[in-house]
Design a protein around this ligand. Structure first.
Ligand code: 8YV
Length: 315
């Protein structure tokens, strides 16, 4: 039997590509010179899309593929997949939850520590000889024992909080409802109130049209000149213009960001700031986790084509 055609929206690691190509006819959209023509030429055969969290699948792309049955996302976030377009046609959508939770939490906590203790500047201090010529490195802010807000106590938020308990931090969280597993943490429903009582605010909630700019100008101002914002979710959760203005004016102390509105082409204003730590959207980027994510993408596709239950369905 002929291998099913699948459309690969963006590159996957070689180890996943090899496995996918053994089972499917993999059509690489990202290598096409003219993407519209490429989609048009293959539209009649494509039964699956394999995409990445930040790339998704638009209503426009879905609309051009009459035989599409499933969209498999390499990532936990599926905000970039048009779920309405999928629902309307009974197209299944899967993601890769759980396997990446701990790595994403690790990177968030690492970003807080690196930024609060000024470790990037400290390395430059050593390497450019400032240690010898200027002496002691400027003092930075303590992490342990201070107040943290976790905006979104889902799987990732919970793992962040669990790690921060090890730093004896005073933890509060916001979510749509109080969580039974939020033991030892203060529930503060209003994100502005949460930010007001926090030294560090972690943004860990799944993005959707409802959460767009939930970190508003008011939240950023409430966090204040001594506060730090850490984003390991999606850029759309933050009003990026308000964030830039607050970082530039000092209305917000600092930020540590793994995600950006126009990534990978982030707003150049970020690059001029010395109170922001920028990371290239790699919170899930370990070999172990990425291998598990790739396997889950393939397991979902295999289950679909075998008519079996999907391991991690979104819809
Ligand atoms: C990306 C992510 O999918 O899980 C998510 O939602 O955004 C990431 O894991 C990853 O960077 C691969 O592109």
């Amino acid at each position: 039997m002929a291998k099913p055609d699948i459309l690969l929206v963006g590159p996957y690691p070689e180890w996943d590509l090899v496995e996918l190509e053994a089972q499917y006819n993999v059509l690489k959209l990202y290598e096409a010179e003219d993407r519209d023509t490429f989609v048009q030429d293959h539209a009649g055969g494509i039964r699956a899309i394999a995409t990445r969290g930040e790339l998704g699948a638009s209503a426009d792309l879905i609309g051009k593929l009459p035989k599409l049955e499933i969209v498999s996302v390499y990532g936990v976030g599926y905000d970039t997949v048009d779920l309405d377009a999928c629902r309307a046609r009974g197209i299944r959508v899967t993601n890769t939850p759980d396997v990446l939770t701990n790595d994403v939490a690790d990177l968030g906590v690492a970003m807080m520590l690196v930024q609060s203790r000024g470790m990037i500047g400290a390395e430059t201090w050593v390497k450019d000889g400032s240690w010898g010529t200027k002496g002691l490195y400027p003092l930075k802010r303590r992490v342990w024992g201070r107040k943290v807000g976790v905006l979104g106590l889902g799987r990732i938020g919970f793992e962040v909080a669990k790690r921060l308990k090890g730093f004896d931090m005073d933890i509060a969280y916001s979510d749509v409802a109080e969580k039974p597993y939020g033991e030892g943490m203060t529930f503060i429903p209003d994100p502005v109130e949460l930010a007001r009582r926090s030294d560090f605010l972690f943004v860990t909630l799944a993005a959707s049209t409802v959460t767009r700019h939930i970190v508003s100008r008011q939240v950023i101002e409430a966090l204040g000149p001594d506060g730090m914002l850490i984003n390991i979710s999606r850029a759309s959760n933050i009003d990026e213009e308000a964030l830039l203005e607050a970082l530039e004016s000092g209305a917000l102390g600092s930020a540590a960001l793994d995600v950006f509105e126009a990534e990978p082409k982030l707003n150049p204003r970020f690059l001029k700031l010395d109170n922001v730590l920028v990371q290239p959207h790699h919170a899930s980027g370990t070999i172990e986790t990425r291998k598990a994510m790739g396997k889950l993408v393939r397991d979902n596709l295999a289950a679909h084509f075998a008519g079996a239950a999907l391991p991690t369905p979104v819809i």
